[in-house]
Design a protein around this ligand. Structure first.
Ligand code: IVH
Length: 697
């Protein structure tokens, strides 16, 4: 984040007039149909450029300039707001926040006693009027003085109950947005009904709220961030709303039954020190990528009514609150192509090739497109402008085409009719297409995976060597490694006596790896390292795994009714490979595991896996590891750390939730650490953790 954010350079009056016209059009589209041709970042840059030009040329300001106006002056409505719906001033850095806070404290002549820190929800502002506890009217912000009546949307919004728990007459203010899931569903329903997709959740919410009639279903979510008295509000309540701190008003709203952020991983919190405010800003920013809904910043407010009253408001925004803007995680760019790649299990996955665009600090050139059905559902075309989303370490994804930017030059995305790797047939019976040859299509990738550090860990078997062995016809799968002939190896280029014997030794060691690693090496779709460990510990032997039906697999934590039958089918498909491994003498048991017969008693509801070490310093704990490891753990792979957790009696998990007992956070720990802090979960350094589990290292 920079202190002086980038702005469009405007050289002369003609460029200025053009910039004003573009901004006014974009604001009208944004607040109208919700489909602005500029993304938020580009719009902000443009308006900052306009403001800079106006500051230097005050005599040449155009009357329709968007600067200093709520909603860029774009919208006028016909339902007046009793109290104007204002905007917020922005800061872009910790320093900007410090300066703003110092200015506020100077203005009120004392330190701000309590701060409130909340997520800035990325939707549209709504006023919801309740009479005697019944929701009677819904009005958009409009130009701040008057908005549009969108009461027809009342039934579409969760979190905004038709009836409150108490018969209060009150106006709730908050944000209406679509969660990721609501957006996906809305777009599926909308494109299914033959309409163009919404470009992003925000425009989907804006567009849907303003639509009177539609032939498809949508759902939105409301989060309140304020409450005001209305005409007819009980004087006692009106007085309380004028006197209570903001944080307590939020508590009241939640008691009435409307949504606030209290039930999300980023609830609003109060702080008494500015240093703590900065920490909370970091915490919310860190959790951004994990949230179900979009946030575009953090709002910092003076909590006490007296501080707010003394600060007052400008014509545009309150002086007691500010938005700490976060960089945009959604950008518009062009889809220039689609690649179809074959993975190690034979899955044929499409990948979007984009005109490079910087999103959340990194340049994005590729984004996931999931599968062919998904492309059709999103109605994507080559040449389309598309919205791309990326936050934190999530895989970038294409959300939707920006339909109104189409020129007619766009072309259909070519869909392969043969496997792009081997030219053979495609099995398109499932959502995710697969080469009809399955794993055999990309044997080299399967072998590479199988010998990897977290699987069989065969040293000296790099990519080139595997390619060489496959090309020489000596292996077709990784089971063939265990029957390699020394003399034939010696005939290969760059294979002397020493390297041959070293390789054969490493392969012999690999035969003795625990079942969890051998199973992982199979590369069963839908199982990674930790799932393989759970399966191996639960069943204890490969025979038991092969004998298990879908129901038996569901006894393993993390395997539900959808995944279980896929596993059964995959393991059956891998039967010949497993037979070869058995014949070659590869270990097929998990040390220390006793199998399902000795598993936990029924009241354990199947949530625990049977073979985990009994007792141990982490008994009963769910542990998440994040960031880079240091100290005694520095040399361990993530998989080895997870194995260590399980040896010490704990359960390794990859995501933080309220069920997490402990987080091991190393350097560069990001959103997981922030989420754990938010949930009040114990966090330790790798060194502290190593001490706790020293006996199991
Ligand atoms: S307080 C006087 N709190 O951001 C305005 N606003 O850019 C007081 N917003 O118009 C608003 N999350 O629509 C507030 N936690 C939050 C918010 C929030 C999102 C929106 C709101 C406002 C806009 C300003």
């Amino acid at each position: 984040m920079t202190e002086t954010p980038a702005r469009t350079q405007i050289a002369d009056q003609a460029a200025y007039a053009e910039a004003v016209r573009t901004a006014v059009e974009a604001a009208a589209a944004y607040y109208g149909e919700g489909d602005s041709p500029l993304d938020d970042d580009a719009y902000d840059r443009l308006v900052r450029g306009i403001a800079a030009y106006e500051a230097a040329n005050p005599g040449h300001v155009l009357p329709d300039s968007p600067t200093g106006k709520v909603a860029g002056g774009a919208v006028i409505g016909d339902v007046p707001h009793a109290v104007p719906m204002l905007s917020l001033d922005n800061v872009f850095s910790a320093e900007g926040l410090e300066n703003w806070a110092a200015g506020l404290e100077r203005r009120i002549g004392r330190p701000v006693a309590v701060w409130c820190v909340e997520p800035k929800l990325d939707g549209l502002a709504i006023s919801a009027r309740y009479r005697d506890g019944r929701l009677v009217r819904l009005v958009t912000r409009g130009d701040g003085a008057a908005g549009e009546d969108v009461s027809h949307g009342i039934s579409l919004i969760t979190g905004l109950p038709a009836r409150l728990a108490e018969p209060v007459t009150v106006e709730l203010r908050g944000e209406v947005l679509m969660t990721r899931a609501q957006f996906e569903n809305a777009n599926a329903a909308r494109t299914g009904a033959g309409h163009p997709a919404f470009a992003n959740p925000r425009s989907a919410a804006a567009g849907s709220l303003r639509t009177l009639y539609r032939d498809y279903e949508v759902e939105m979510t409301f989060f309140a961030y304020g409450a005001l008295p209305l005409e007819g509000t009980d004087p006692g309540l009106a007085a309380r709303l004028g006197e209570l701190p903001h944080s307590q008003i939020m508590g009241l709203i939640a008691e009435w039954g409307a949504h606030t952020t209290a039930d999300t991983p980023v609830p609003g919190v109060t702080c008494t020190e500015l240093a703590e405010v900065h920490q909370q800003v970091e915490r919310i920013a860190g959790a951004r990528a994990t949230l179900e809904f979009g946030i575009d910043g953090i709002v910092i407010k003076a909590d006490l009514a007296a501080d707010q009253a003394d600060a007052g408001t400008s014509s545009r925004a309150p002086r007691w609150a500010v938005a700490y803007k976060l960089p945009a995680v959604e950008k518009i760019t062009r889809l220039v192509g689609v690649e179809w790649n074959v993975g190690r299990t034979g899955i044929i996955a499409p990948r979007a090739v984009l005109e490079p665009v910087v999103v959340d600090g990194s340049t994005i050139t590729y984004a996931t497109l999931h599968n062919a059905g998904d492309i059709a559902r999103r109605d994507l075309k080559i040449g389309d402008h598309v919205t791309v989303y990326k936050a934190g370490d999530v895989i970038p994804r294409v959300e939707a085409p920006v339909a109104h930017l189409r020129t007619g030059e766009e072309t259909e995305i070519p869909v392969p009719d043969a496997c792009p790797r081997c030219g053979g047939g495609i099995d398109d019976s499932q959502k995710r297409w697969r080469c009809a040859k399955g794993r055999a299509c990309h044997a080299i990738a399967s072998v590479r995976y199988a010998v990897g550090r977290d699987q069989l860990d065969i040293e000296g078997l790099g990519e080139n060597r595997i390619d060489q062995l496959v090309a020489a016809g000596m292996i077709t799968d990784f089971a063939d490694l265990f029957t390699l002939d020394r003399d034939r190896l010696l005939e290969l280029e760059r294979m002397g006596e020493v390297s041959t014997d070293n390789l054969l030794y490493a392969i012999a060691i690999a035969k003795t790896r625990p079942l969890s690693r051998v199973f992982c090496a199979l590369g069963v779709r839908g199982t990674g390292r930790s799932m393989s460990r759970r399966i191996a510990r639960h069943f204890a032997t490969m025979d038991a795994i092969r004998a298990a039906d879908a129901e038996a697999f569901q006894q393993v934590e993390g395997i539900g009714p959808e995944k279980a039958p896929v596993l059964v089918a995959e393991i059956a498909e891998l039967g010949p490979l497993i037979d070869k491994l058995v014949a070659a003498g590869v270990n097929m048991t998990e040390p220390g595991a006793t199998g399902p017969a000795a598993a936990a008693p029924p009241e354990d509801d199947g949530q625990e896996d049977g073979g985990r070490a009994e007792g141990g310093p982490l008994a009963g704990m769910s542990v998440v590891v994040t960031g880079s490891m240091s100290g005694p753990l520095a040399e361990l792979t993530r998989n080895q750390v997870n194995e260590l957790i399980e040896r010490a009696g704990g359960r390794a998990s990859s995501s933080v939730s309220s069920k997490t007992s402990l987080v091991v956070a190393g350097e560069k720990a990001g959103s997981k650490r922030a989420k754990a802090e938010g949930l009040g979960i114990e966090i330790v350094t790798p060194e502290e953790f190593a001490e706790r589990v020293a006996d199991h290292l």
